[in-house]
Design a protein around this ligand. Structure first.
Ligand SMILES: Nc1nc2c(ncn2[C@@H]2O[C@H](COP(=O)(O)OP(=O)(O)O)[C@@H](O)[C@H]2O)c(=O)[nH]1
Ligand SMILES: [Mg+2]
Length: 576
């Protein structure tokens, strides 16, 4: 190993080190040509090193190793914040924030992702045992909502800060400008303000007759952006100041009040939801051995019309410890495959903790034969480089769910007859599928066969139990519990370690790059000096040369002068 001797304490250090490991002296002073530069750099770096020793630290009480990791990462974070150090590494800062958040609040987060109306909230409700998350046909979830087990039921609402809202609004404006600029041929001054503040009829007359159709078209296009349409319709603008930058709101309540309260803050039909960044819900009804650190997260759609909001979901998938992707079983094309693909692309090394849940199983024509086809299609589509690394993993991590019917069966006694009838319709479908399978010699699962003689319209409690069984929610639940919930502590620990390794790797790369730049600069300045010396030498030589020539010239001129003078004198005398 190449070593470098510390000039202060004399100890030997690895030549790659910037500071002496014993006394902290700056070791690279020799690299700086001018003494002034080296002493200024040394002073600055020594001060930084001293300050980093005193870096504030938040104790991590749940694990000593993680505590040591965070101490180091906090120092890196402080170093990045020093302007003079001049390291601009936003991806590293983001990783560091993610790491520190994970260490300080060691939640194991299971994200439920998928397109709008893919059935995420319905599945969460099936797993939580009660309809907490809103699944009304229209007001879909528009806010990131975290559910966790708690002694006391509560809702905590977090609002966007002024800065976050500015960024969100910028992303809205960018999209609007893109749309408006596609209407090049018509002049639409203040189109966005007019759109937000006035009904189209009240100002359409201000535009030239030939442009009016186009303006209406533009309005329709802006309206097709759900965010804009609702923002305008609900007059959210006039409520903005009430909520942006507001402190977290913490409300304790009865378990039975959660569903209604959640609607107030998260439904896209409430004018507050635009300003809500995140909601946390504490639930007292989960089983007592459900760990308090395990969190189910209902995410808004991945393809939100507001890029900023989609980004929140994407960032979320990056940091979640496990992901359940919901796709509709009956409609497995384009968008659904794109969703799964993007989830895998964000999930990095956590592929074994990605589960694909095919929702709406009950909507398949023949739930046995068609599911079999879809299941095989999904295994084939989702095994490979960009998806599950092995076929076996795809087989165990792709599951179907009929969450909606599971919830209906669970709440059977309190259902109105129209809803009860939906269970009967599914039963009828199952019985037809059984007959169809028997005709085609396709084996039927035992749990299903047992429903062959169930009486339509008069379901016994055991039939209901069987119906709940075939919705597959218990299987999904078992997989989540055995693969994730029961192992959450080890999985979380390994995620944190992986993140720490990523950070180490990134820091190593940045330091390497920096060192190279500094060394390059030193080499350049050394070679610059040589270049200058060479030039000075050349100039000196040139000057001597010129002086010699000048002397010769002067002598030549003098002699010329002399001969000219003589000639002149001769001519004059001849003229005489
Ligand atoms: N038939 C049927 N409908 C479902 C199922 N899952 C969800 N739904 C319905 O599909 C709609 C959208 O579901 P939701 O959970 O709100 O979707 P999200 O936007 O992904 O949260 C709701 O009207 C649900 O009742 C299912 O498995 N079967
Ligand atoms: Mg939802």
């Amino acid at each position: 190993m190449k070593t470098i001797t510390c000039e202060t304490c004399g100890s030997q250090n690895d030549s790659k080190k910037y500071f002496c490991s014993k006394c902290g002296r700056f070791l690279l002073a020799g690299d700086f040509v001018a003494a002034g530069v080296s002493s200024e750099a040394e002073l600055k770096l020594t001060r930084i090193a001293e300050n980093l020793k005193e870096n504030p630290h938040t104790d991590i009480l749940w694990n000593d190793t993680i505590d040591a990791y965070t101490r180091k990462v906090e120092r890196i974070q402080s170093l990045l914040r020093i302007k003079d150090v001049g390291i601009d590494a936003s991806d590293l800062s983001e990783k560091i924030n993610q790491f520190l958040n994970m260490c300080r609040k060691p939640d194991f987060e299971i994200a439920f992702v998928g397109a709008v109306k893919a059935g995420k909230s319905t599945l969460i409700n099936a797993l939580l045992g009660r309809n907490y998350a809103s699944t009304d046909p229209n007001p879909e979830t528009a806010v990131l909502t975290k559910f966790r087990s708690s002694e006391q039921d509560y809702i905590k609402v977090k609002f966007y800060s002024v800065k976050e809202w500015d960024e969100l609004w910028k992303s809205v404006t960018r999209e609007v400008n893109r749309i408006i600029s596609s209407y090049k041929k018509i002049n639409v001054p203040n189109a966005f303000e007019n759109y937000l503040n006035l009904p189209v009829e009240s100002f359409i007359s201000k535009y030239r007759k030939e442009d009016r159709m186009k303006i209406e078209e533009l309005y329709m296009e802006l309206d097709s952006n759900k965010f804009l349409q609702l923002y305008k319709e609900l007059d959210a603008k006039s409520h903005m100041k009430e909520w942006i930058g507001k402190d977290d709101l913490h409300k304790q309540m009865q378990n039975s009040e959660i569903e209604e309260e959640l609607k107030v803050w998260s439904s896209s039909h409430s004018n507050v939801h635009f300003f809500v960044k995140e909601i946390e819900v504490g639930i007292s009804s989960l089983s007592k051995d459900f760990p308090k650190q395990v969190v189910f997260v209902d995410t808004p759609g991945l393809f939100d019309p507001v890029a900023f909001r989609s980004q929140i979901s994407i960032d979320y998938i990056h940091s979640a410890n496990a992901v359940l992707v919901c796709v509709k079983a009956e409609d497995l094309h384009g968008e659904e495959v794109k969703t799964v693909e993007s989830v895998f692309s964000f999930s990095g090394h956590k592929r074994n903790k990605v589960f694909v849940i095919a929702t709406n199983w009950d909507k398949l024509n023949n739930v046995v034969i068609d599911w079999d086809k879809r299941y095989n299609y999904m295994i084939n589509s989702f095994t490979g480089k960009a998806f599950f690394p092995t076929r076996a993993m795809a087989q165990s991590n792709i599951l179907y769910a009929a969450s909606y019917h599971y919830n209906l069966c669970r709440d059977y006694n309190s259902l109105r007859s129209a809803k009860k009838n939906e269970i009967n319709i599914l039963l009828m479908k199952i019985q037809t599928a059984i007959e169809d399978c028997q005709d085609r010699n396709v084996p039927v699962p035992e749990s299903m066969k047992a429903l062959t003689d169930a009486q339509l319209g008069a379901l016994s409690p055991s039939d209901l139990k069987r119906m709940m069984e075939i919705t597959n929610i218990q299987v999904v639940n078992n997989v989540i519990v055995t693969e994730l919930v029961n192992q959450y502590a080890e999985l979380l620990y390994s995620d944190i370690k992986n993140l720490y390794r990523d950070i180490q790797h990134m820091v190593g790369r940045i330091v390497g790059e920096r060192k190279k730049t500094v060394n390059d600069r030193i080499t350049i300045s050394h070679s610059d000096m040589k270049e200058i010396e060479k030039k000075v030498e050349e100039t000196k030589q040139n000057r001597d040369e010129i002086q010699k020539v000048q002397k010769q010239l002067t002598a030549a001129l003098a002699s010329l002068n002399r001969s000219t003078q003589q000639r002149l004198e001769t001519i004059i005398s001849k003229l005489g």
